[in-house]
Design a protein around this ligand. Structure first.
Ligand code: FES
Length: 112
């Protein structure tokens, strides 16, 4: 099976897969979606970022999880504050936020 981008997909600069899987959901991923949407809207990125509700990302112990494409960049240990930083620094500023990247943990990151 092949994947062909639609014209709308081609316009999106980033594709964000936020995990609503069975482990990330009880860890709060559903509550992160409006935070993600709001941050994208506030930064004027609605035409540049496509959000996809995704199933398990295979990093359940470190969820909530989210992937950003192109990359992929695997983000974990997400909180509302983490989402705000990822949108501002990565999706707006093109600089990945190492503190939340899997499997690396920057000094000071709070592992679960
Ligand atoms: S349920 Fe989200 S990574 Fe597995």
């Amino acid at each position: 099976m092949s994947w062909l981008p639609s014209p709308a997909d081609e316009a999106a600069r980033y594709r964000v897969h936020i995990c609503f899987g069975p482990n990330c959901s009880p860890r709060g991923s559903h509550a992160l979606l409006p935070v993600l949407e709001g941050a994208i809207r506030r930064h004027g990125l609605t035409s540049q970022v496509e959000i996809i509700i995704a199933s398990c990302r295979n990093r359940c112990d470190d969820g909530p999880s989210m992937n950003v494409y192109p990359g992929p960049f695997f983000y974990n240990w997400l909180t509302p504050e983490a989402i705000e930083r990822i949108v501002e620094l990565h999706l707006l500023g093109a600089t990945p936020v190492e503190q939340y990247l899997y499997p690396r943990r920057a000094a000071g990151a709070a592992p679960r």
